[in-house]
Design a protein around this ligand. Structure first.
Ligand code: ZN
Ligand code: ZN
Length: 636
């Protein structure tokens, strides 16, 4: 007999099968079959299991509950859930063991509803759930976010004293975490007399999920021992909550000599987005090398994550190189979307469109994310007609529902091209209510085309939609000031005060020698940076660059305006980079909000005057400054 997959030792199998495979079998005890089915379970021996099943049928034996349970387990573990269900349904007598077998099988296939249907049948027959029932039932409840079912399962398990069991307890924690009841999860955890790593891990990922990073860290530090899941949950949790620096630090600890657990491919897919987030290209490259050394780079998820990392770090050629060398099974929708978005955010709209056509040719069906990337690519490159055509095709050809995000892209597309009233009309025709994203696009566009009327319309909607956001107040206020409408400026300021609007502080960062340096707008910086920036306006003016004071507060003197502009975070980061690197080194700066017009002008000037390539990634896109011009052609 040839074995697929993980083989049972031949000798053991022979002993087990001997009495069953005689040409004229003497009547055999069904329990002999049970032992064989059990030995097949979990070992991918489906073919052998089926042969044995056939013999049983030929011998006229119909399995009793015990044997049926073993058969269900064998089929369930070997990928034949239909046969498992058939045996369960045709069993004459039902027992808790048989219920547990089928519940486990359905859970394995993530048939959560089916699992719970069977569980309630078990319940209605007055069978007690046990250690082997609850973990699977709770998992299904967690997957479906059935909190009230979860609570009653919790209560029942307590009645039988099972809630203190490690597996049941850990499943309860996981269920509460996934149903969003973190406090309950903590309670179960605290009440467990014995915990294992999974109990700690479940609670850590729950806290990370809810953004309670500090508690997650405390649990991690207090754990008596940790496994790869614990480490990797911390890394992905930090990354998802925007703490890229902490994620990288944990990753470094894992790689130290003598660390208890070493990174695996899952760790790599979790850490690469952290590099992307902080635009830490050098770290990303170094982690790529590490992955290659360890052979993790052949894993499809790692390959896709590499494409994303290079794209986010602003290295389009490396992103493309990784994309081109993807395994065929890694070239999935996610990978294509990542590459289309990469071209889009670098302002290569035509390349994004070409990529999209190639993807269609490769037989990959686009989704909503594809079109968001594609449309924003068209918008950033001024490809109005192409963009409108895709917007049309997405519902008529690809049957994808248009989301507010897609509308925001098209409003942006029309708005940038100065077609403001068309953009406004499109918003009015939207089948869904326009959100802040859509009105924000219109405001930005009407701001850059200095259309006060439409700016007012858009800003007023935004005041209602996002009462706490200072950005729309600032835009409208500056426009009023430019038009000399001081009464309106005052009214706006009063309104802003009464609404208690807070400013979103601008923050930029730059990576030097693997370390990320942060700068807040108005930060007290070093003398060297100050001296550099103070001399900048004069130098710029001498070369014909005028500071754009419309980006500063309007109610201060011109000189003060220039000074406040000089303390913008992106200028601080660029100056820091310039001072601390060798001539000719490219600088990469990331900013948490949109780059302002004045900084854009200043950095163009710096790129020429100091002969540096400077890449600024703002919240919308990449700007590549070189020799006095920017890749966005001042269109962003
Ligand atoms: Zn600025
Ligand atoms: Zn630019």
């Amino acid at each position: 007999m040839k074995c697929d997959g993980q083989a049972l030792p031949r000798s053991a199998m022979a002993v087990l099968l001997k009495p069953l495979l005689k040409p004229h079998p003497a009547p055999v005890e069904p329990s002999s079959y049970a032992a064989v089915f059990q030995s097949f379970t979990g070992k991918s021996l489906l073919r052998q299991g089926k042969q044995l099943h056939a013999r049983l049928v030929l011998g006229g034996l119909s399995p009793a509950a015990f044997l049926a349970a073993k058969m269900v387990a064998m089929y369930g573990s070997s990928g034949d859930i239909d046969s498992a269900a058939r045996i369960f349904n045709s069993a004459g007598t039902l027992t808790p063991l048989l219920f547990n077998s089928i519940i486990r099988a359905f859970t394995l296939y993530k048939y959560s509803e089916e699992t719970l249907r069977i569980y309630s049948r078990m319940h209605s027959l007055n069978f007690r759930a046990d250690y082997f029932t609850y973990p699977f039932v709770l998992k299904s409840m967690a997957d479906l976010s059935f909190l009230s079912s979860g609570k009653s399962a919790h209560a029942l398990s307590m009645k039988d004293g099972l809630n203190s069991d490690i597996y049941v307890g850990t499943s309860l924690i996981d269920m509460y975490v996934k149903c969003g009841e973190l406090a309950e999860a903590h309670k179960v955890f605290d009440e467990m007399p014995l915990k294992d790593i999974s109990s700690w891990n479940a609670l850590i990922s729950g806290n990370m999920r809810d953004g309670i990073v500090g508690v997650a860290r405390k649990l991690f530090d207090e754990m008596p021992w940790r496994n790869i899941v614990s480490w990797t949950s911390m890394i992905s949790g930090y990354t998802q909550n925007g703490f890229a620096g902490d994620a990288l630090q944990i990753f470094d600890e894992m790689r130290k000599d003598g660390s208890e657990v070493k990174p695996n491919w899952v760790t790599i897919t979790s850490i690469l987005p952290a590099c992307g987030q902080s635009a830490a290209l050098d770290r990303g490259r170094e982690i790529h090398c590490f992955a290659r050394e360890k052979g993790f780079d052949s894993h499809p998820s790692v390959q896709t994550a590499l494409v994303g990392m290079y794209a986010k770090c602003g290295s389009l050629p490396e992103a493309r190189r990784c994309f081109d060398t993807l395994n065929p099974d890694a070239k999935n929708l996610v990978a294509w979307n990542t590459m289309i978005a990469a071209y889009a955010s670098h302002g290569h709209g035509l390349d994004a469109a070409t990529m999209f056509e190639e993807m269609i040719k490769a037989g990959i069906r686009p989704d909503g994310i594809t079109f968001t990337a594609l449309l924003s690519g068209c918008s950033h490159s001024g490809l109005v007609d192409i963009g409108l055509r895709y917007f049309d095709a997405m519902s008529s050809m690809y049957l994808i529902e248009k989301s507010p995000e897609h509308y925001a892209c098209v409003v942006d597309l029309l708005g940038r091209a100065g077609r403001l009233s068309e953009a406004y009309e499109l918003i009015l025709r939207m089948p869904v209510l326009a959100g802040a994203g859509v009105w924000g696009s219109l405001l930005a566009a009407s701001r850059s085309h200095r259309n006060l009327e439409i700016s007012e319309l858009a800003a007023k909607r935004l005041f209602d939609l996002e009462p706490g956001n200072s950005a729309s107040y600032a835009v409208l206020s500056n426009m009023y000031a430019e038009a000399g409408m001081w009464d309106e400026v005052d009214k706006l300021r009063d309104r802003q005060k009464s609404q208690n609007v807070k400013k979103n502080p601008g923050c930029s960062w730059i990576e030097l020698d693997g370390k990320v340096h942060f700068f807040l707008a108005g930060d007290a910086s070093t003398d060297k940076i100050n001296a550099f920036l103070e001399g900048l306006p004069e130098k710029m003016k001498a070369s014909g660059y005028a500071p754009d004071v419309s980006c500063a507060l309007h109610d201060v003197s011109e000189e003060e305006k220039e000074r406040s502009l000089m303390s913008h975070s992106e200028k601080l980061a660029v100056a820091f980079g310039l001072i601390n690197t060798a001539p000719g080194t490219a600088l990469r700066v990331t900013k948490n909000i949109r780059i302002c017009r004045d900084c854009h002008t200043a950095i163009k000037f710096i790129s020429k005057a100091y002969d540096r390539e400077i890449v600024v990634r703002d919240v919308n896109r990449f700007h590549f400054f070189k020799n006095g011009v920017c890749s966005c052609s001042d269109y962003w």
